[in-house]
Write a protein that binds this ligand. Sequence first.
Ligand code: UGA
Length: 434
Amino acid sequence: MNLAVIGTGYVGLVSGTCFAETGNQVICVDNNATKVARLQNGEMPIYEPGLEVIFNRNTKQGRLTFTTDLESAVKSAEVIFLALPTPPGEDGSADLSYVLGVAEQLGKIIDSYKVIVDKSTVPVGTAEKVHAAIAKNAKVEFDVVSNPEFLREGVAVEDFLKPDRVVIGTSSDRAREVMQRLYEPFVRQGNPIIFMDERSAEMTKYAANSYLAMRISFMNEVANLCEKVGANVDHVRRGIGSDKRIGNRFLFPGVGYGGSCFPKDVQALHKTAKEYNYDFRIIDSVMKVNHDQRFILSKKIKEYFNNNLKDKKIAIWGLAFKPNTDDIREAPALYIIEELVAAGATVTAFDPEAMDNVRQVMGDKVALTFGHYDALHGADALAIITEWSLFRTPDFNKMAQLMKSKVIFDGRNLYGVETLAEAGWYYNSIGRPI
Ligand code: UGA
């Protein structure tokens, strides 16, 4: 099939590349000429494991191309994916101006039947708005389909090629047949393509992300209470996760969820509920809990040093919002660093992938180091914020030699509490005994 993907952000680039991998002819469109030139040159704008290999294969074989020319890309495509940004507006609702702006242009361009697919996370009712925006100018038939994306950064390629499920919202049989054909190669293991109406598909995406965010906030609260009652959240997590109704994934407490999706989508669902005069109380709590959880580690550090961080050097391991990405959008590390610096601390930090991005937003507020051990020189404490594999089995003797004091605040529960206590460390993690 001939496909056009409009927007070469995370979702657009991964989707376009993976669709090319299953033999489709894919043209990706972006209005950022510099970005397009780089992509045409084979440069990856994001770090995503496994993406580069299939990107190179498909660009070499001519199945994956890039352009700024919307018109020619759209005319030759049977299916057009909208993978455009939907940033939160000031009131928390998703800003649809990019999506609707492109939809209006599409109406002027299309000259034969097209399936136009909303791939971005968009509020309930957007498919209808996109339809109306295209219909203003369109002289040919078209269908608008809602096809939310569930991929996770860091494992995006795997998630896209082998999805747990594909959700397609459409009320048109013609579009349904096209989408079925397109996605069949991805669900060969028997995972379902779930067809539904457009509004339900849009709602599914928000409900999925908000549910996962709720699970994390719930576990963060359980962890905070574990600390007070003297329980260990590791045991509690295993204890509840082995119940099949609960399941053992996505139950890890930490320093709050971050990234470009959960905070934005939870907020947007809250806003949608408000618009419909529905008081979605659980979502309200999820946001409040996550707000506070971001400051858990900095609060613990401040308390430990009696609220006086002047002349204290805090080392940080992990800046990306999660491992295997360079993404720092809504990363808890940024909030924690701001707090520590505001309290007078000097901060040194290391992350395997995200340091260039941090340098751009934080400047010299934080000293970034070449390796993870380099960040520890003379440090009064180490704070672990992202659970990169690199940090899981460090050389504790070397760390003790480099640091001023043997103090670790671990926001991701990487080490055994007893092992560190026996080795003479002060080790304060999340929801576990000190
Ligand atoms: C999330 C969803 O998992 C994807 O299904 C969805 O497609 C995507 O948003 C999106 O809407 O585009 P992502 O933001 O890449 O994916 O990251 P996750 O792996 O879900 O992690 C989100 C946050 O939750 C991270 O800050 C992570 O550290 C935190 N988390 C995750 C926990 O604190 N505990 C856990 O047990 C799991």
